[in-house]
Design a protein around this ligand. Structure first.
Ligand code: ADP
Ligand code: MG
Length: 394
């Protein structure tokens, strides 16, 4: 059964406390060491028990500290419930009062985005979708304009592999619900009908604040980039409040700005199939790290797993990829690119990364092979055994 209660991506919260690795002491995981049992069930995703629950955290965030114990970082960390997941906010070098205010402001901002863009709970987005389906023109707020315009551009850059207009397909697969039961996948005829209807973002016309669609099959679902957008907005809010050293980590997808007393933030990228870290890296001033994974949200039927990243060409869950991690400045495009490159798959991913202007990519295919750009290879420290095959391309 799918355990995820909301349309935004989230990952399991790490439970390990300070530990040492490779001779360097990592302390202060950004996330709290324990999640309240009351909060935990709806915010985890993945299948029942086993590795999916225990191991599938995409990212662990560590704050690198000095060897000496006395030099405690002035770090303010808080875990809040927003975007339907647990968001970890870490601030460095601010007083507690400012930090508390900043956390509240960021939480409010993210929650507003979550509600405004919810894929199925009646609200602003469902209203827009109803109007478009009825062939009407709808007036947008500046924020709606911005997010939809961004979606149009990202879809175009991805050759429509990233297709937020394909909401009907996502809904057909049952992912427009808090819990997708392990019932059969949709009928072939229904899938083919939607693939033939071929809804695309390019069929939207946005003139000023007026939006219309040439195709009634268009149904906007921003689940593939709204978390990135919300993280970008959160960082902008922090900067407005004078916070320049921070991480906003929304369930394993994050943007990190500044540093911790001149030392870079250290990020661990989780292995998609095992407990533990597959790679780690240090961020440079302002960078986002976003991952799309086949373990994020899925259901199982007759021994087969059906995940939530849908290839608009087949109308079915994309094949061949386990996870894609993107390193990129802004979180919205990192989020969208992770989804698009996941769909492009182990054979075509490089091309999609290029058209989307993404230099740093790591894709792990379903056979466990790691595919990376040379630029990503330069940035990551891999934590793999001798059996793991890696392919680095320019
Ligand atoms: P996660 O971070 O949870 O792994 P992604 O960022 O890859 O997720 O986004 C997955 C979500 O994006 C789905 O739940 C759905 O709402 C939406 N989605 C699925 N397929 C596509 C697609 N081809 N294009 C755009 N959005 C998609
Ligand atoms: Mg995404």
């Amino acid at each position: 059964m799918v355990q995820k209660a909301y349309p935004f991506s989230a990952t399991e919260i790490p439970t390990r406390s300070p530990f040492s690795k490779g001779g360097v002491l990592f302390i202060n995981q950004v996330v709290a060491p324990r999640v309240s049992p009351l909060l935990s069930p709806p915010f985890f995703k993945g299948g029942r028990g086993g590795i999916s629950r225990a191991a599938f955290v995409i990212l662990l965030v560590f704050l690198l500290t000095l060897g000496g114990c006395d030099q405690r970082p002035q770090i303010y960390q808080q875990q809040v419930l927003a975007l339907g997941t647990l968001v970890d906010i870490s601030l460095y070098g601010v007083d507690e009062e400012t930090a508390a205010k900043a956390v509240t402001a960021v939480t409010n901002k993210m929650e507003a985005i979550h509600h405004n863009w919810h894929a199925w709970q009646p609200g602003k987005l469902t209203h827009i979708n109803q109007q478009l389906a009825a062939g009407n023109t709808v007036s947008l707020s500046p924020e709606q304009q911005q997010l939809i315009q961004t979606g149009i551009e990202l879809a175009q850059q991805s050759g429509d592999l990233f297709n937020p207009a394909a909401g009907k397909l996502i809904a057909l697969w049952g992912f427009h619900s808090d819990e997708r039961a392990n019932t059969p996948p949709p009928a072939d005829a229904d899938i083919s009908a939607l693939v033939s209807a071929a809804p695309k973002m390019s069929e939207l016309t946005l003139t000023g604040n007026q939006l219309s669609s040439a195709n009634p099959a268009v149904m906007i679902d921003v689940g593939g980039y709204a978390k990135g957008y919300a993280v970008d907005q959160a960082i902008a809010e922090l900067r407005r409040m004078g916070v320049n050293n921070a991480i906003v980590n929304a369930g394993g997808d994050l943007r990190a700005i500044g540093s911790k007393s001149g030392r870079p933030w250290r990020i661990g990228i989780r292995h998609p199939r095992q407990a533990g870290v597959i790679a780690s890296l240090e961020t440079r001033d302002d960078e986002s790290i976003f991952t799309s994974g086949d373990y994020e949200r899925y259901f199982e039927y007759q021994g087969q797993r059906f995940h939530h990243i849908i290839d608009p060409r087949s109308g079915r869950p994309a094949q061949g990829t386990s996870s894609v991690t993107i390193l990129q400045r802004d979180a919205s495009s990192a989020d969208a690119a992770a989804t698009a490159i996941f769909i492009a798959g182990p054979k075509r991913w490089r091309e999609t990364a290029r058209t989307m202007g993404i230099a740093e990519v790591m894709l792990i295919d379903t056979a466990g092979t790691i595919h990376m750009t040379e630029a990503m290879n330069q940035r990551v420290h891999l934590e793999i055994d001798a059996q793991t095959k890696t392919i680095v391309v320019p």
